[in-house]
Design a protein around this ligand. Structure first.
Ligand code: MG
Length: 403
């Protein structure tokens, strides 16, 4: 019996929230078999038009006519076809194709993707949500509100990532931007977790995202000062450019470390895994090229006693969130899943979204990822253009910083 072949590959852009921080990109692959198609997430909100160009102008002509079953071979072909490879634009375009092919394979088999990955290790994946506030007491109230919804894992922040709470006076003539005071943030964060443990006790699992705001030696100090408060994990303590410092963090404290949402290349995560320098890998699955490299990364981590905590912010399409959940339930070394939640409109636009009950996310049991896209509705919410502010980070004296 001959396999279906790829008839067309195209990018679908939509922004149900209207925000330039949530421009979603979904790749749709249609096949030679009428009615058989797959969807994949290629969302890179900061450079959405560039990803769409790669998909429509380069990957469609490359892939038309190829056997839909040959996912591994197609992944490698697309990865090297531009000769220069990796990077978030190319990887997101590749992810859109890769996930769509997994979706198609599941539909042909009549099985959910988690079955193709080896079947469930658990019925659902534990999620964490994000609690923020301007004062420790306000953050504690938000944590309690999530606990009341059945959540056991909650990420606590104060004043957003990097804590933009203090008044900053940069030198005259400094450019506009997002100004952060790293030292005020460090002090406030230690105060926050002291308060949360005092108020909430030891049962709740608390997480925190440093968002690479601190210079390395201050990052080590924060990890040490948070050690008594027994975090589930401390996320993105250092930028990818400074991963050699993780060795020194490890020598100083046992605060569990999660890293990887900015990684785009296997050479970035390999030394951290081989050196057992992190406890959770949390790559953004579309930014590393899709489900195919993510399942290999999960397997690599399992051998080294490292768990997964895939990046799951608002700028992932519901198709991408579904892919996260299929991998979560079928990976023995799954840790926790970040969860941003869907709006009513997103759930209408993407029928079959994974469902949350009592702090767990459940994949549905339909073939493939079990999720669809109402293209007519998506067209009513086009992506808008604009310049991002939050990635124009600066320290108090006006120096450009990591966002
Ligand atoms: Mg993060």
């Amino acid at each position: 019996m001959s396999s279906p072949t790829i008839r067309s590959v195209r990018a679908i852009l939509t922004s149900p929230s209207g925000s330039i921080q949530k421009r979603l990109i979904v790749v749709k692959i249609e096949t030679s078999e009428p009615g058989l198609y797959g969807l994949g997430c290629a969302t890179f909100t900061q450079r959405h038009a560039a990803v769409a160009t790669v998909v429509d102008q380069y990957l469609n002509p490359l892939l038309v006519g190829r056997d839909v079953h040959r996912i591994e071979d197609i992944w490698h072909l697309v990865h090297v076809n531009s000769y220069w490879r990796s990077g978030p634009i190319l990887n997101n375009a590749l992810s859109g194709v890769d996930m769509a092919l997994w979706d198609i394979k599941g539909k042909i088999a009549g099985l959910p993707v988690y079955q193709l990955l080896g079947g469930k290790c658990r019925e659902a994946a534990a999620i964490y949500r994000h609690a923020d506030g301007r004062e420790p007491a306000e953050v504690a109230d938000r944590v309690r509100a999530f606990q009341a919804q059945g959540l056991r894992f909650i990420r606590a922040q104060m004043g957003g990532y990097g804590g933009r709470l203090s008044k900053i006076q940069p030198p005259e003539g400094s450019p506009a931007g997002a100004y952060y005071d790293p030292d005020a943030y460090l002090r406030a964060t230690v105060r926050l977790f002291a308060h949360l443990r005092e108020e909430l006790g030891d049962e709740v699992e608390l997480l925190h995202d440093v968002h690479e705001r601190l210079v390395p030696i201050r990052a080590i100090r924060l990890a040490k000062e948070l050690e008594p408060f027994k975090l589930f994990f401390l996320e993105d303590l250092l930028p990818p450019e400074q991963i050699e410092w993780f060795q020194r963090v490890r020598q100083q404290c046992s605060t569990p470390l999660a890293m990887g949402e900015l990684f785009v290349n296997s050479k970035e995560w390999q030394p951290l895994i081989e050196g057992r320098l992190i406890d959770f890998v949390r790559c953004h699955i579309s930014a590393i090229g899709g489900l195919t490299p993510a399942r290999k990364l999960a397997t690599l981590c399992e051998a080294f006693g490292i768990r997964t905590a895939w990046h799951g912010p608002g700028d992932v399409s519901p198709v991408g969130h579904a892919a996260n959940v299929h991998l979560d339930v079928s990976s023995r070394n799954f840790g926790v899943q970040e969860w941003a939640g869907f709006s009513e409109l997103e759930m209408e636009m993407f029928p079959g979204c994974p469902e949350i009950r009592d702090g767990y996310v459940y994949p549905n049991d339909r073939p493939g990822f079990g999720i669809d896209l109402n293209e007519e509705l998506a067209r009513k919410y086009p992506c808008s253009e604009g310049v991002l502010d939050w990635t124009q980070a600066r320290t108090p004296d006006g120096t450009g910083n990591y966002p």
